[in-house]
Design a protein around this ligand. Sequence first.
Ligand code: SF4
Length: 337
Amino acid sequence: MLLEVQDLKKHFAVRGGGNVRAVDGVSFAVDAGQTFALVGESGCGKTTIARLLLLLEKPTGGAIRFDGQDVSTLDRKGVQGYRRQVQAVFQDPSSSLNPRLKVRMLLAEPLLAHGLGGDRTALQRRLLELLEIVGLPPGALELYPHEFSGGQRQRIAVARALALQPRLIVLDEPTSALDVSIRAQIVNLLADIQRSFGLAYVVIAHDLALVEHFSSAVGVMYLGAMAESGPSEAVFGTPRHPYTQALLGSAPRPDPDHPPAEGLIVGEIGSALAPPSGCRFHPRCPHAMPQCAQQEPVMRPMTGGDAGRAHRAACHLLDEGLAMAGVERVKDFAPTP
Ligand code: SF4
């Protein structure tokens, strides 16, 4: 497994006491050539996970293993090597690309910083190669970011992320700042690049249509914890957690057989400073039972498969007795009065 995240935690101390439990025991894994998507509402902790993967934050607990090595044990040289292999593409290329630099410098910068530029000819060849990979003409090298459209700027951001030949790219909402008409082009480009170079992606997205078509596995987060995870076809095809069902039900879907059902998720996500007792989703869950406010449900496998790939969900409705009774979908239950 290329990347393994195990029981990852990030708590932030707040003035006046207490901790914001932004990430509170999250596990997932992704292998070369695969895409793991993290989905959930704003404030669920997925962006903090991206920052932890990029070593922009230090975890409070748990482990990130890359190629079998715990990244917290890396020395300076090891961290440099990790940073070369793990790159990022952010939501808004207008703010992630320095507007004062021409594309030539934007693409050359990471190569030069890591001493991988080579001589002038080799550098020029590599820059042209990068432009070709992302579908931009050679003349783009002499232009500034503002001279491109939003979609083209995101292509430049992808080219810059590819410059160091990484093995994993963290894609943080890679299409949400773009026009709807451009999104599919960027998704197709990312998919082509993944096929060509065997890259692994961790994608963070609100856009469930993007996630469904683009990811091999998905994790649904709620208030810092994983509510459900597994292969995309299982999570999207037979969602088992009430939050996943509500999230999918309220997401706009292009499929006429699955029209959006408005208002399935009521209320606010709540505070990671004082998450609800028991199941964090219980104040908003239409199926909540008395035990839901007292006891935190644990992730249970819904199907067979190895631990990294099994379909898992954390909900008391899926606890042994109920799951054994042949209950297929939690929505078969009536809400507790
Ligand atoms: Fe709803 Fe209870 Fe399941 Fe939480 S554990 S999702 S509150 S039924």
